[in-house]
Design a protein around this ligand. Structure first.
Ligand code: ADP
Ligand code: ADP
Ligand code: MG
Length: 664
């Protein structure tokens, strides 16, 4: 008999969205919660939502969320009897799980032995392969000096993977032998930086596979079940952005075969608690083991929606020593569920992570939103740029997809570039709708944005501002206003959108206060509109523009006016005047600037060097990813403005390359 150890107080050794998610279930189970937070997170929602919260240290994870001793110290001070690691950070760190156990606390997760067995991809592949589960062909031996030679045997394309890797980091596709050595060096650096371990493995690159994973669950009573699949093929940078269940690629027989293989993997290591066995699935139905994620997965809500289970509750119960609440035969698969990850990243710039202030975060539809942020949150450079996840459920895939598109259209995110519109374009793609997806979907179908017509947005922004001023004048009649109460003379507002100008001239209809005649000038195009403002309160304005009733959410910040049209699903960031003098004007010809704030990890060229266009000048590291900065053209390096180890701001000048033929 396994003894039952009831959890009274749970410390979550994590942050953001997943900390909130765990608190929600813990509170519903009557469990007290404890948060830890870094200086960067003191104002984040998860800190307020915990019953107690303790500062753990400065912003960098190494000095805060990764400090095992400090976490255990807080657990002791707060009388916690259990620790949930969330995902990322220490979630798959066996030493942490062990230290938690040795401190007499319950680790809500698998045993340290299971984490160890699956923690390194290299060893994990060997273990599951011995248990008869198919793995991707490649080199997973211990001898790192053989990487080059083994790679040559495997052939191209191949994939270098950090053995300790996760989240797509430290992974490099190599297409030709000439790229191999540089790719190995880069993957090792990235892996060392992110995981403190630079062991790599080499795999044959499987062309156009699907990523299909099986949720597993084990308890201390020897029960192991699987909770069916999630398909996570829509990825960028080997990282998931959309996940769904069921997968259109699985029939009952394949589901059973993959489920059985996953359970076999779990049994071979005596797995307890929640875990995920990841596979890639070829178009011929052959599947290969990738890795086991020995933790709760980011996309676990998808499984919760189709099975009706609360996986965090199940984790807590199992950690207390209870048997699993259901048997394999009782696992349900109800309808279809879809998750979309909202990232602070710019899809137009290779999904470059973004930092800044989230000025607006507002979801309208009733749906499950697992979010770590709120309006006003600072999105820093220290942690993962995922802001939130939206989860929808429907009778079938089409319904879940439709609901997701609607929710994404209604979502207002302002102040920080993000992938909201990108996700809508993916979900609207006919190939996506037909279920024709694999991990290269985004390379094959680059879903590029067509610039949206800003006319309605500009009209509503201008009239919203007008209504705001009118409201202010009504309260404080002496407040001077740019508004001239002269029905004959038009009020003129100029918005700058990217490089172009949208000019809105509106004239009040003298008799009817809500009515306006509006002229919009955009480049050479001029249009005229009849508008009736029905309502304006807080950030909202509702108006009939020509013959359609539309609604907008408007926000002013400094010189910027942000407009979101939930019905149209589009947003605009208008600027009244260019806020800063053009930053590019200050950059010399041939200058390379930092794409984002970060640290210079390696210089690969020196002043005076001859370089060719596209040649790597230096490597930066930001948000746990490496970014290379390359020469803009053939020429000579005139200046290296930074040194290895330098911390630089976005747009900081890094290097200058004089083009051949320039005599400056
Ligand atoms: P995988 O790609 O291995 O299936 P997930 O997509 O579930 O794993 O998550 C990838 C990894 O990215 C996690 O292990 C974690 O390290 C990191 N990660 C993603 N989102 C966050 C977040 N919001 N907070 C902390 N870490 C995160
Ligand atoms: P991580 O730990 O970063 O999640 P995984 O091994 O789980 O690393 O792989 C992440 C993703 O990379 C997979 O979902 C898949 O898209 C891709 N991938 C991994 N291995 C291969 C391979 N051998 N061939 C092709 N794609 C692969
Ligand atoms: Mg993975």
């Amino acid at each position: 008999m396994t003894e039952i150890r009831t959890i009274h107080t749970l410390l979550v050794a994590n942050r953001g969205e997943i900390a909130r998610r765990i608190f929600r279930t813990a509170h519903a189970m009557g469990i007290r919660t404890v948060a830890i937070y870094s200086d960067a997170d003191a104002d984040m929602p998860f800190v307020r939502e915990a019953d107690r919260a303790y500062r753990i240290g400065p912003a960098p994870s190494a000095e805060s969320y990764l400090k095992i001793d400090a976490i255990l110290e807080i657990a002791k001070r707060s009388n916690a009897d259990a620790i949930h690691p969330g995902y990322g950070f220490l979630a798959e760190n066996a030493a942490f799980a062990r230290a938690v156990g040795e401190a007499g606390l319950i680790f809500v997760g698998p045993t340290p032995e299971a984490i160890d067995a699956m923690g390194l991809k290299r060893e994990a592949k060997a273990t599951v392969s011995a248990a008869g589960v198919p793995v991707v062909p490649g080199y997973d031996g211990a001898d790192q000096s053989r990487l080059v030679e083994e790679a040559k045997k495997i052939g191209y394309p191949l994939l270098l993977k950090a053995s300790a890797g996760g989240g797509g980091k430290g992974m490099k596709r190599v297409d030709a032998e000439s790229e191999l050595e540089a790719a190995i060096a880069s993957a090792k650096r990235e892996s060392k930086q992110a995981f403190g371990n630079d062991v790599l493995l080499v795999e044959k690159y499987v062309e156009n596979p699907r990523h299909v994973e099986i949720q597993i669950f084990g308890d201390a009573h020897g029960n192991v079940i699987h909770l069916n699949e999630r398909e996570c093929s829509i990825q960028r940078r080997h990282q998931k952005v959309l996940e769904e269940s069921p997968s259109v690629a699985l029939d009952a027989a394949l589901r059973e075969a993959m489920g059985d293989a996953a359970v076999q993997v779990a049994r071979s290591i005596g797995y307890r608690n929640a875990g995920t066995v990841e596979f890639i699935l070829g178009s011929d139905g052959s599947f290969y083991f990738l890795e086991v994620n020995t933790r709760l997965q980011v996309e676990h809500p998808v499984t919760e929606m189709v099975t009706g289970l609360d996986l965090v509750r199940e984790q807590i119960r199992v950690a207390e020593g209870h048997p699993l609440s259901i048997a394999q035969s009782e696992v349900r698969q109800i309808g279809a569920a879809l998750e979309a990850r909202i990232y602070a990243e710019d899809p137009d710039q290779g999904f470059l992570p973004q930092s800044g202030t989230l000025l607006d975060w507002h979801v309208e539809d009733e749906l499950r939103v697992d979010s770590g942020v709120e309006s006003g949150s600072e999105i820093g450079i220290h942690y993962d740029p995922m802001l939130a996840k939206l989860i929808t459920h429907g009778e079938d895939r089409e319904e879940a997809t439709r609901k997701m598109i609607r929710a994404l259209r209604s979502l207002s995110i302002q102040g920080i570039r993000n992938n909201r519109e990108f996700l809508i374009r993916v979900l609207e793609h006919p190939a996506y709708r037909r279920g024709e997806i694999d991990t290269h979907f985004l390379q094959r179908h680059p879903v590029e944005a067509e610039p949206a017509d800003p006319t309605t947005g500009a009209i509503l922004a201008a009239l919203w501002q007008h209504e705001q001023r009118s409201a202010k004048r009504a309260v404080l009649p002496q407040v001077p206003s740019g508004f001239r109460n002269n029905p004959r003379r038009g009020q003129d507002v100029r918005f700058v959108l990217d490089e172009s100008t949208v000019e809105v001239v509106y004239t009040h209809d003298g008799r009817d206060p809500g009515r306006f005649d509006v002229d919009v000038q955009r480049g050479d195009a001029a249009t005229t509109h009849r508008v009736r403002v029905l309502e304006s309160s807080g950030p909202w304005i509702v108006a009939v523009v020509d013959d359609a009733r539309v609604r907008a959410r408007v926000l002013e910040h400094g010189d910027d006016t942000y407009v979101h049209l939930p019905g149209e699903g589009i947003s605009f960031a208008f600027r009244v005047e260019p806020r800063f003098p053009d930053a590019s004007a200050a950059i010399p010809t041939g200058g390379c600037v930092a794409p984002m704030p970060g640290r210079v990890v390696q210089l690969q060229a020196q002043e005076g060097d001859r370089v060719t266009a596209g040649q790597v000048l230096l490597v930066m590291e930001a948000m746990k990813m490496e970014h290379t900065v390359t020469a803009p053209h053939d020429g000579t390096v005139r200046q290296m403005a930074v040194a290895e180890g330098d911390q630089v701001e976005a747009d900081a000048l890094l290097a200058v390359v004089d083009a051949d033929g320039d005599d400056c």
